[in-house]
Design a protein around this ligand. Structure first.
Ligand code: HEC
Length: 212
């Protein structure tokens, strides 16, 4: 800084005075660089060498889409119908999984052993929305207007199937503190008069002995 003479400008604002020194070299260098960068940027943008906001957005969206598609492909597709559910009823693994999922998601409203609470007792022969596995599956998946939440977007499909297995297994367990019956009575072993009943309907299994 010795090459500069500290030259004081000859104005004086209430004792505040001003030097007349040149800008520091580093400051001028940064300024020149910003001017050069402005030119580079302008040309880069105009020639599409530098990606624009829209390009970045599209790249991000494409990446997301690819991830979603890969995830969907990795999910096993399961077809839920009467036969599939009836076959699942005897599956011990599904029963165990169903019990676990039930305790986590359903017990708060239906009780630990499905005896009922805010939601209906699921162990009796009375059903608001039908007692067939496919009907129970629909109730759980889609929910109902009176407070049963839909679960198809919350739980993976195979867990909903396991829930049907568990709920079907609790029939006739007569738990303590069971909620009073709600809905229509279905008599699994005998013939039901309702026209929706199919002759090949399988009677749910171990209900009888525990009933007493
Ligand atoms: C927020 C409380 C709540 C939760 C959590 C809940 N339910 Fe329900 N559930 C209800 C209510 C209330 C009803 C009765 C709905 C109606 O009358 O429309 C019901 C009805 C049902 C029915 C039909 C019963 C019948 O009589 O037809 C089934 C089956 C059922 N729930 C299973 C489940 C399963 C399985 C889960 C866990 C994934 C679950 N619920 C979680 C409140 C709940």
């Amino acid at each position: 800084m010795d090459q500069y003479q500290d030259k004081i400008l000859d104005h004086n604002y209430d004792g505040i005075q001003e030097f007349d020194n040149p800008m520091p070299g580093w400051w001028k260098a940064i300024f020149v660089l910003t001017v050069i960068w402005a030119a580079v940027y302008l040309i880069g943008i105009e020639l599409n060498i530098i990606p624009r906001y829209g390009d970045d957005l599209k790249a991000g969206q494409d990446e997301l889409l690819a991830m979603r598609q890969a995830h969907e492909k990795s999910q096993p597709k399961i077809v839920v119908d009467d036969a599939m559910l009836l076959a699942a009823l005897g599956d011990a693994d599904k029963l165990a999984q169903g019990k676990e999922v039930f305790l986590t998601n359903c017990a708060s409203c239906h009780g630990n052993v499905a005896q009922g609470g805010i939601g209906p007792n699921l162990t009796d022969d009375f059903w608001l929305y039908g007692q067939k596995p496919i009907e129970i599956h629909k109730t759980i998946s889609k929910g109902t207007a009176n407070g049963m939440p839909p679960w198809e977007s919350v739980l993976p499909p195979e867990e909903v199937v396991s829930l049907v297995v568990f709920v079907s297994s609790t029939r006739g367990t007569n738990p303590a503190g069971a909620k009073e019956p709600q809905g229509e009575k279905y008599d699994p072993p005998s013939k039901d008069s309702s026209e929706t009943e199919k002759p090949d309907e399988k009677a749910p299994t171990p209900a009888e002995e525990s009933k007493g």
